[in-house]
Design a protein around this ligand. Structure first.
Ligand SMILES: O=C(O)C1=C[C@@H](OP(=O)(O)O)[C@@H](O)[C@H](O)C1
Ligand SMILES: C=C(OP(=O)(O)O)C(=O)O
Length: 664
């Protein structure tokens, strides 16, 4: 089995661009297929659950074109699927099997729907009961009440109100609501129980309205659809960022100090899971709402535990799991109520959560629909940005994830206790967020920023420190050299900022085993020539180029950590770096090192000229308006004038040991 070892995490800050919402993506894709006209949907989630929907629609003969990974053009078929008989694979996607069962039951075809073994344990009986009341012929081919299913063509009759249970999953109501307009008849749904997860039904009603179908709602008990309503394409649609996925980063903002900003959802989101932010506020987070972002940070900079809570979380069943892991950091017993639906999701989440939280030392009580968590005294830590005590709590605990993406994602947050956590089968996040761990690393993986003037030895020292720690290594100067080389090779003038920046943004660069490639071309030596060096220094003054390379450099921040060397690592690229070192040496010492290097290579060298060049370069680097070379206030200086390489590495390692003891 694959495992991921997360290092102890201490701080989190930065910005995460959220992937598209699963709930919105799958609804929009289906409604676009059921509509008349062509719909272009942007920012569609790329993950297993949406792939299941796309593959099913494709198999049903719906006309679909991928404009790019995230953008689909769907030619609606008005509910009349071109393929009238098919076997469809539903994976473990509730947002696919429930709505498609209803839509196919009304479509007049013959279909078989099956999924992964866990899908065959997830109930669908209430939906099938509802569909049978209108004459649908849906049969269980395995155990009654559960997929797999077989659907036969019939004539639908909507004489009576449909009586539907709403206490197992809201997806049954959403599914019926989305399918009923296909009948063209008037319809009434009466909910015979409490309706859980209500905000998801609001998403359904909102998106149906965008496709031109209105539903009258009387409380959460009666839903009325007038006859003759048909879905019509609204043209172009955008999917919001996923609010459930946002919960992990917002929680990281609280546990790791923050601020952490998620982009793609904001105060006008149609997803109920944005209400997670209010719950987090009651734990002590400071939340800022924007039009298209939410930001979280710890309320106070003093060492404080987060506040214990007792909350009804029926409205945010998915994001609620994130709160269960936050409870590890609370100052008392926390209770999560009204979460019975957890038992029938990707796994029995109440049991799974209790089992894994106990491994971390928490005392956990469970009921049919609730969970209470009393953190182990050792895990009752002050918020870790302010320094976690070490050595007293369980480290290297292996967390089982039960093929449940949310188990993997929310337990990653336990690493903010300053302990390393092993996530078993981390790939299960592919259900809704394949890039989750990369995104988490970008805001939380430890960074050691090593800045300094040219020839200070920072490249050699940084790569040796990275090797000792088992960290990744970013040679940011190489990116500027690569950009210059790419421009020279493409015949682009080095001061043509827009064109050089475009090259930088799309640089087909690879770093492998100490070699550097542009496409398939090994350019390790080519980027070290005088021409490339001079070019690098020219393109590095262009603001557009620096901006284009910023995201690329930040993407280097991966677990277990990063050593980054350059001139603006601590000031611009990784301002929240845990360790910042300014590595310097007298101009004379640096010129002498250069001189020796050149002589060793058999090149001609002239000491006074080298010294003059270095001083001129220092001056240029310090004076430039974009990210000038300077020592950050929070950086420690290491002067290597009188040191050899081993001594310089030791000096940096001593700082790392002090600031990041668990890395060494
Ligand atoms: O309709 C939806 O998009 C969803 C509804 C919720 O399920 P329940 O209604 O079963 O709680 C939620 O847990 C699921 O991830 C997505
Ligand atoms: C419950 C979930 O998924 P599904 O859509 O399969 O119900 C979930 O994503 O947490």
């Amino acid at each position: 089995m694959d495992t991921l070892v997360l290092p102890p995490l201490h701080t989190a800050s930065g910005c995460v661009r959220l992937p598209g919402s699963k709930s919105i993506s799958n609804r929009m894709l289906l409604l676009a297929a059921l509509a008349e006209g062509t719909t272009e949907i942007h920012d569609v989630l790329v993950a297993d659950d949406t792939q299941v929907m796309l593959s099913a629609l494709q198999k049903l003969g719906v006309g679909m074109t991928a404009i790019d990974d995230h953008t689909w053009r769907i030619k609606g078929c008005g509910g009349d699927f071109p393929v009238a008989e098919a076997d469809l694979f539903m994976g473990n996607a509730g947002t696919v099997i429930r709505p498609l069962t209803a839509a196919l039951a009304l479509s007049g075809g013959h279909y078989r729907l099956s999924g992964v073994p866990r899908m065959h344990e997830r109930p669908i009986g209430d939906l099938v009961d509802g569909l049978r009341q209108i004459g649908a012929d849906v049969r269980y081919t395995g155990e009654a009440g559960f997929p797999p299913l077989e659907i036969f063509p019939v004539t639908i009759q909507l004489a009576q109100p449909i009586r539907l249970r709403g206490d197992v999953s809201s997806q049954f109501l959403s599914a019926l609501l989305m399918a009923l307009p296909l009948s063209g008849q008037a319809a009434v749904i009466e909910i015979t129980t409490e309706l859980i997860s209500q905000p998801y039904v609001e998403i359904t009603l909102n998106l149906m309205a965008r496709f031109g179908v209105k539903v009258q709602r009387e409380g959460w008990q009666r839903f009325i659809l007038l006859a003759g309503q048909r879905y019509r394409s609204p043209g172009v649609l955008h999917v919001e960022g996923d609010a459930s996925s946002a919960s992990y980063f917002l929680a990281a903002g609280l546990l790791g100090g923050g601020p952490v900003r998620v982009e793609g959802v904001g105060k006008n989101s149609i997803q109920g899971d944005v209400q997670f932010a209010y719950a987090l506020e009651s734990l002590g987070a400071h939340i800022v709402w924007g039009e298209n972002f939410i930001e979280a940070k710890a309320e106070s900079s003093a060492a404080e535990k987060i506040k214990a809570f007792d909350l009804d979380l029926n409205h945010i069943p998915d994001a609620a799991m994130t709160l269960a892991v936050c409870a590890l950091f609370a100052d008392g017993r926390c209770v999560l109520r009204n979460i019975g639906s957890w038992r029938v999701k990707e796994t029995d989440r109440i049991t799974a959560m209790a089992t894994e939280l106990r491994k971390l030392g928490a005392v956990v009580e469970t009921g049919g629909d609730w969970l209470a968590i009393s953190p182990a005294p050792a895990l009752c830590l002050p918020c870790t940005p302010f320094g976690a005590p070490s050595g007293t709590f369980r480290r290297n605990v292996a967390i089982d994830t039960y093929d449940d993406h949310r188990m993997a994602m929310c337990f990653s947050l336990a690493a903010f206790a300053g302990v390393s956590i092993i996530i078993n089968d981390p790939g299960c996040v592919r259900k809704t967020f394949p890039g989750y761990f990369a995104a988490l690393a970008e805001i939380s993986a430890p960074v050691i920023a090593l800045d300094g003037p040219s020839a200070s030895g920072k490249g050699t020292v940084a790569s040796m420190v990275a090797a000792q720690l088992g960290y990744h290594y970013l040679d940011s100067g190489a990116l500027y050299r690569l950009t210059a080389l790419a421009a020279l090779r493409a015949g682009v003038a080095l001061d043509d900022a827009p064109r050089v920046a475009a090259l930088a943004a799309a640089l087909p660069a690879r770093f492998e085993n100490g070699r550097v490639f542009l496409n398939e071309d090994d350019v390790t030596d080519a980027i070290r020539t005088e021409e490339a060096s001079a070019g690098a220094s020219r393109v590095a003054v262009l603001a557009d180029v620096r901006a284009a390379l910023l995201a690329r450099q930040r993407a280097w921040r991966r677990f277990p950590g990063l050593v980054a060397d350059g001139r603006d690592m601590g000031s611009v690229v990784f301002p929240s770096a845990t360790v910042k070192v300014f590595l310097t040496a007298s101009a004379e010492a640096r010129a002498e090192r250069r001189y020796k290097q050149l002589i060793e290579k058999g090149s001609a060298a002239n000491m006074p000229a080298l010294l003059h060049d270095l001083q001129a370069r220092d001056e240029r680097d310090a004076q430039r308006s974009e990210a000038p070379l300077r020592q950050c206030e929070d950086a420690l200086q290491v002067d290597t004038t009188l040191m050899d390489i081993a001594e310089a590495v030791n000096a940096v390692m001593a700082i790392v040991e002090e600031k990041l003891p668990d890395a060494v």
